[in-house]
Design a protein around this ligand. Structure first.
Ligand code: CP
Ligand code: NVA
Length: 308
């Protein structure tokens, strides 16, 4: 395990290993307070962030290290003055780990190719693996264990979070159902890969236009923004119409298991991908989910740096 680019590249064993460490780090943070002393995490951002930036930065502080926030728009790399290849070779000489939130997935692959330090994907248009590690930690806390559970995702299927949920669930033994409108289904290549992972883990993967069928009896109901960071504002009105039938509201939640939890990686918009009564209701675990970004990523930083 050298980088965290996509959960596609991680075995179920590695994922469980990191989750086990996250549980330990969360239970006894003081035990890890000096493990990354004198280590520097470089955080490259091409898109906005609340959770990812704050949790990585606070996480490094809590582990005894330091994090640098680096805005791509004010960098020679962002301005096209310096290639990704040269930039990442330079920062590899100065820092210990690098994370990047980028538009194009090819760019993070290029970083990983030329970096001589671990690279973490902090979200691309293709995937968001850090989010899903926190999500799995949250589901495990709420449900006791992960194996055999069914997660239903409703909304934009052609989406980074959806893709990473598909990888995560199919790898570790959870069933996943994605309910999305035509034209907004998960990427075909990723779906095919996840079908193979699901076969290996003995689980099911359902991609459907039928929102009710996706949610029926599910243990976890998950949604994400209809207006991801990379979607142009002018598409908003049309997208609201397209995704409206996939909104998570009380009626939809009633079709899930009675003990089902509701998740959203945030940011969320009440009245769009879910109603206020759902996200602010008693089945919602969104703030525990957000907090777990911190604990799960501390485990990722510890593992990738080879310190634990
Ligand atoms: N969930 C998530 O990645 O949030 P941010 O965009 O605020 O980092
Ligand atoms: N799909 C969303 C996730 C935000 C954390 C986006 O890309 O904006």
């Amino acid at each position: 395990m050298k980088h965290l680019i996509s959960l596609k590249d991680w075995s179920a064993e590695t994922i469980f290993d990191v989750l086990d460490l996250a549980v330990k780090v969360k239970a006894a943070p003081a035990q890890y307070a000096d493990v990354l002393k004198q280590k520097t995490l470089l955080m490259i951002f091409e898109k906005p962030s609340l959770r990812t930036r704050i949790s990585f930065e606070a996480g490094m502080t809590q582990l005894g290290g330091h994090a640098i926030y680096y805005d791509m728009s004010t960098s020679p790399m962002g301005g096209g003055k310096e290639t990704i290849k040269d930039s990442i070779k330079v920062v590899s000489r100065m820092c210990d780990i690098v994370m990047a939130r980028l538009f194009k997935h090819e760019d993070i692959l290029e970083m990983a190719q030329f970096a001589t330090i671990p690279v973490i994907n902090a979200l691309t248009d293709n995937s968001h693996p850090c989010q899903i590690l926190a999500d799995l930690l949250t589901i495990q806390e709420k449900k006791g264990s992960l194996k055999g559970l069914t997660l239903a995702y409703l909304g934009d299927g052609h989406n980074n979070v959806t893709h990473s949920l598909m990888y995560g669930c199919s790898k570790i033994g959870m069933n996943i159902r994605v309910g999305s409108p035509k034209g907004h289904m998960p990427a075909v290549e990723i779906t095919e890969q996840c079908r193979e992972f699901a076969k290996t883990s003995g689980t099911t993967l359902l991609i459907t236009e039928d929102a009710a069928a996706a949610v029926h009896g599910a243990d976890v109901v998950y949604t994400d923004s209809w207006m991801s960071y990379h979607i142009p504002k002018e598409e908003e009105a049309a997208r609201v119409e397209i995704f409206k039938p996939y909104q998570v509201n009380s009626e939809r939640m009633a079709h899930a298991d009675r003990e089902a939890i509701f998740m959203n990686c945030l940011p969320a918009r009440r009245g769009a991908e879910q109603t206020a009564e759902v996200i602010d209701g008693k089945q919602s675990v969104v703030f525990d989910e957000a907090e777990n970004r911190l604990h799960a990523q501390k485990a990722v930083l510890l593992k990738l740096s080879g310190m634990v």
